[in-house]
Design a protein around this ligand. Sequence first.
Ligand code: ZN
Length: 191
Amino acid sequence: MGAVLFDVAPDAARSIGVMATMFLLAVGIVTWAALRLIAKRFSHHDFAGITSLAIWAHSFIEGALAALSFKVNPELGVIVSIGLLLHLLPEFFAVVAILKQHGLTTKQAVWVDVVTVGILATSLAIFRFAFPAASSAGLSISATVIGGAFLYIGSVVAYRFARNLQTATGLASGLALTFAWSIVMLRVFHL
Ligand SMILES: [Zn+2]
C-alpha cells in the first residue's frame, strides 16, 4: 500500500494526470473486488487466489519496467535490475506471510513466489527483446490499475490483521522492508 500511495500513484499522476490516476486506481480496486467475488464461487482460497494474481501482474509490470529502463540507458537498466533482484527477498517474506494467512500451506505460498520470479524474468525478456517499443504511458496505466488491486488487498489484509499476531508480525516486517526499499529507490535513483 505504501508503495502504491507514495510511488506508483504520484508517478502516474505526473505522467497521465490526477483524475486519470484516481480512475485507474478505482478500476483496479473494482476489478479485484469483482475477481474475488468470482473466485469465492469456486474455492475457499479466494483471497489467496486473487492476491497471487495481483502479485503476478505486478511482477509482469516490474519486468517491463526493467526492460524499459535498459532502453533509457544500459546503466539505469542494470541499477533497476539489481534493485528488482534485491526487492525479491523482502517481497518473498511478504508474499508467503500474506498467502499463509489466507489459507495456503508454506509450500504452496513458496510456489506462488517462485512463479512470481519466473514471470518477472519472462516479462523482462519479452519487453526487452520481443516488444522493445512498449511505451512508458502504457506501463504507467497498467501499473496504476495493479496499484488499485494492491490497495484493495492491503485494506482487506489490514482488516484481518488483528486475528493472528505471528502472521501480522511477519507481514508487517515484510511490508516494512519492501516499503523501505521503494523509498530508497525513489530517493536515490528517482524511479
Ligand atoms: Zn515486486
